[in-house]
Design a protein around this ligand. Structure first.
Ligand SMILES: Nc1nc2c(ncn2[C@@H]2O[C@H](COP(=O)(O)OP(=O)(O)OP(=O)(O)O)[C@@H](O)[C@H]2O)c(=O)[nH]1
Length: 404
């Protein structure tokens, strides 16, 4: 490769260098979250940045003759990069992988055509156009999951998907634009042509735009993970006590979802489960009880693990009868085997205390009341529900006023 190149050719290295730098940033983001499987898409994306940028950088220093000689090697880098970008986007949208058959076909087909236009009929522009088509097809593969997969959870995610979709469409349609606009026969050295500059500028612009949206999504993901770690019990993924109290504020400040009931539940003789079948089995039972509770409540209700084998629920739009109904459903569900570790016929039961909550200020009292009722239920023989049906007259008046 010649060393004494015109300065503008070295200048053309700025774009690929910036893209490689951005790929490095994505790699660093992946490294920070590497223990989380959902961050794996960043690795693919980083490859999607770095590999084509390496090819672009190398090509920027080549003459047309050298472009021909190295066409297959650089094409492999472009295609691998497009695969990485597509696979990264598919993972981000909840798809395990892109369609490998179509992808493989696009790669093999493109390389075969490039071979023909390099070694049989040396045609630079045909190579440029067909490589574009191959890369475009690969980039388009995850668009099915962009449009049909799980809905984007917010505007940022929607912006990421649309940006990707726009770029994939641009890559796929670019050969057509070039064919219509660029006066092919007067191009001369490709890497010094206006087309090449446009390619560099387009790549850099898109990469910057896409990276900004992507990094915003990654930062948001990190904050979400941190919040989840802070708010969730690691074993059951239910809210912990602190998060429950925080979330309860929102629920109890919204009069539209009154009346509320608080339920305290505790597994009976849980120590025996641990002692007889091991701590791991106890953990399984805790997880299974959590699942049962989550299945039986409505959206907006809070389910939390206060510690040990004690659970607290805050039910909205629930009279005491409604709350009792929910608890009965949980008890019925518990009648089926909970956790494969328990021997046949062994069941786990729970005791419950239910108390009404009249306001946010009343929450602490209601929790103590539900706890006291739970204690009573344990004393009365366990596997039962005790409900606080005694309402002070002032509160009864409040309720009647509310109902009106
Ligand atoms: N496996 C497991 N056990 C836990 C966990 N947290 C607390 N425990 C156990 O839960 C048991 C609670 O025992 P106790 O407070 O005596 O209650 P109990 O045996 O359920 O008896 P009653 O509540 O009176 O019916 C203890 O043995 C704790 O070690 C946990 O995360 N996993």
């Amino acid at each position: 490769m010649p060393v004494n190149l015109p300065a503008d050719q070295y200048f053309a290295l700025i774009a690929p260098a910036c893209v490689i730098l951005l790929g490095g940033v994505l790699l660093a983001c992946w490294w920070v979250q590497r223990n989380q499987t959902r961050a794996r898409f960043l690795l693919w994306m980083a490859a999607g940045y770095v590999l084509p940028a390496l090819a672009l950088g190398a090509q920027s220093l080549m003459t047309n003759a050298q472009l021909g000689r190295w066409s297959l090697a650089t094409a492999v880098l472009y295609l691998a990069g497009a695969w990485g970008l597509a696979q990264g986007m598919a993972l981000r949208c909840g798809q395990a992988h892109i369609n490998r058959w179509v992808g493989g076909l696009a790669v093999v087909g493109t390389l075969a055509v490039l071979y023909y236009f390099s070694y049989v009929d040396d045609d630079l522009w045909a190579r440029v156009q067909w490589l574009n088509v191959g890369v475009g097809v690969l980039q388009f593969l995850p668009t099915h999951s962009l449009l049909r997969g799980p809905r984007a959870r917010d505007r940022l995610e929607t912006a990421l998907r649309w940006t990707y979709f726009f770029f994939a469409s641009y890559t796929l349609l670019r050969p057509l634009g070039v064919w219509l606009v660029v006066p092919v026969e007067h191009v001369g050295e490709l890497t010094r042509s206006g087309y090449w500059l446009l390619t560099l500028a387009g790549t850099l612009l898109f990469t910057l735009w896409f990276s900004l949206v992507l990094l915003a999504c990654v930062v948001r993901d990190v904050f979400t993970t941190l919040r989840e770690e802070r708010n969730r019990d690691p074993l059951t993924r239910l809210l912990n006590r602190r998060a429950f109290m925080e979330a309860a504020e929102g629920v109890l400040n919204d009069r539209r979802v009154a009346p509320w009931a608080v339920v305290a539940g505790d597994i009976d003789h849980f120590k025996r489960v641990n002692d007889s079948w091991g701590h791991a089995c106890g953990d399984q039972v805790l997880q299974s009880v959590s699942q049962v509770m989550l299945q039986q409540v409505r959206a907006g209700d809070l389910v939390s693990r206060f510690g040990g084998e004690e659970f607290v629920l805050l039910l909205q739009r629930a009279s005491l009868d409604d709350a009792e109904g929910v608890v009965e459903r949980i008890r019925q569900q518990m009648a089926s085997p909970q956790g494969p570790c328990l021997p046949n016929g062994q069941q786990v039961t729970l005791s419950f205390g239910i108390a009404p909550v009249h306001s946010l200020l009343h929450l602490t009292k209601a929790l103590s009341r539900a706890d006291a009722l739970l204690y009573e239920a344990k004393q009365a023989g366990r596997n039962r529900v005790h409900v606080d049906r005694l309402l002070p007259p002032s509160v009864l008046n409040d309720f009647q006023a509310l109902k009106r």
